[in-house]
Design a protein around this ligand. Sequence first.
Ligand code: PEP
Ligand code: MG
Length: 612
Amino acid sequence: MKFFINLFSKPIEIPLTITSSNGFHLRPVAQFCHRAKSFPAKITASFQGRSVDAKNITSLLSLSLDKQDTVILKAQGKEAQQAIDSLQELFSNLMQKETEIQVVQKRASLYQRPSIEGDIIYQGIAIAPLYAFETTHTQEETTLSYREALAHSIDALEAMYLSKNDQSDATIYLAQKELLIALGERCHTLEALENTIAIECQQLKGSTLASKISDYQDILHQVQSALGYTTTLLLPQTPSILIADDLLPSHIALLTKSHIQGVILRHTSINSHTSILLRASAIPSLILDDAQLIPSEEVILDSYTGEVILHPSQEDKQKAKASQKIQQSKDALSYEKRFESTATKAGKTIQVFANVSDVASAKHAKQEGAEGIGLLRSEFLFQAIKPTLEAQTKAYQEIFALFEDITVRTIDVGGDKALPYIDIPVEKNPFLGVRGIRLCTTHPEIIQEQFHAIFLASQNRKSTHNLKIMFPMVSTVEEFNKAKTLAQHTAQKHHIDISHIDFGIMIEVPSVLFLIRDFDKVVDFYSIGTNDLTQYLFATERTHPLLKTDALSPVIFSAIQSILTQTTKPISICGELASNPQAIPPLITLGIKTLSVSSKMIARTKERVRSV
Ligand code: PEP
Ligand code: MG
């Protein structure tokens, strides 16, 4: 009865005026919605004739409130007055603390000479000549002839051109297509094409048309790929900045041991595995979509300011070196504090865990200050040859001895991670095919053996230590139940007690967002895989060379918020968003308490948390 009286009571309204020059952006909106939700009253925000639910982050963000805009906040029902008072106070605090967003944006450019701006993969500074991606090739079986491969490549360039519509870079693909048609008429074998392109490139070097070199290399690569060639990276003998369209994840390990100081990629996204590995290797790197860069020219790669400075002056180089030094000492300071626990200014403790892939990376994570392992990407233990039960057990034992809190993700292959001995039929859309937990149905023996190894290795662990098994790519509760049952049967068969092991899921398939209450009845924990969740929410392949998604889209935060409001189970984030300096404040505001990041990002992530 009281409810009805309150509902029909007069609404309370107040105007709120945005005074921050940053507008009412993501971080304050997240805090505002969070507070609004703690009240039972119906709360709306109205602006320019549109009225939205003030408890919903995406709705509130959709008002796009800028400095000087006045929004009408209205509350009705139970605790309406308290809600208005509390939100008014919070709003005025948020408006006063407006500088935060500036800190995390790209830094202002310091340089005199012209620069090209890009998207930051990993922040750092490199000053060196550019080195064009170069490879040697090995050929796999292919059914395509050279002529067919040529026709296929021409079609692909045409498709790329058409997909670009009237965008400024569309003509590049048109030019490449025309170039390939012309070369194809002259060259009747792949060898002839390679020789001709090598000669053309040699002649172009140092000329005003030197930027065309990358076009030639691009089209040759297209034809080679169509013919099933695999490429091996050739590395420079002196300090250099690598420029490439994209790299294979396997290339990154080679870079860390080479003279490469920085990387510029043309066609990748910040969520691709290549980008993840560049961050994990702490290589200063940028994405420049349309970089007309000339190999062997000296440039500054400043991925703090997000730019490449062409023909830098002496003064530019001095500035870059000074900035590098400052950053190095800041990094050194946060690095010194890497073993300290981490709390926000308000005293909220945040755990910073590591994403690792094998024994060596787990040991490295320990040295880098990880408080636990939030994601063991176990598929990396499974390389070209399937490891034996003994080898798997040994690896888990060594990893388990390092930390008290460990989450092992069961093998996550398929999509962009293939394994030669796991026979998955050719799929039209591998990202929508046999991936992750789906292997429990297609290849149960592999998962059972993995469970067995994990269980054997866990026997020596103290029962007070947390061991969690996490399933990837789960889309239904039934899938989880089936996988857990498989685990229980394996344990029974080998007479191993697994009562101390928790079972949970990655949240990376959008269906889970609508099933949280059902999952809550069966899982022990969750970890949000924002890399795949983003790809599936936007139907945009995470490795797609042309398409990009906004890693900081309000959609992602809204999804996270919706999970947090429905679950009562422990939850962490292990996707790349967890170490994104712009995402950390809103994630903490939404209620995330555990971030799992690549080892090299631990010290920086902890430092960022301390600044919130
Ligand atoms: C993710 O999808 O966010 C994730 C952490 O898993 P992976 O990047 O290994 O697919
Ligand atoms: Mg994933």
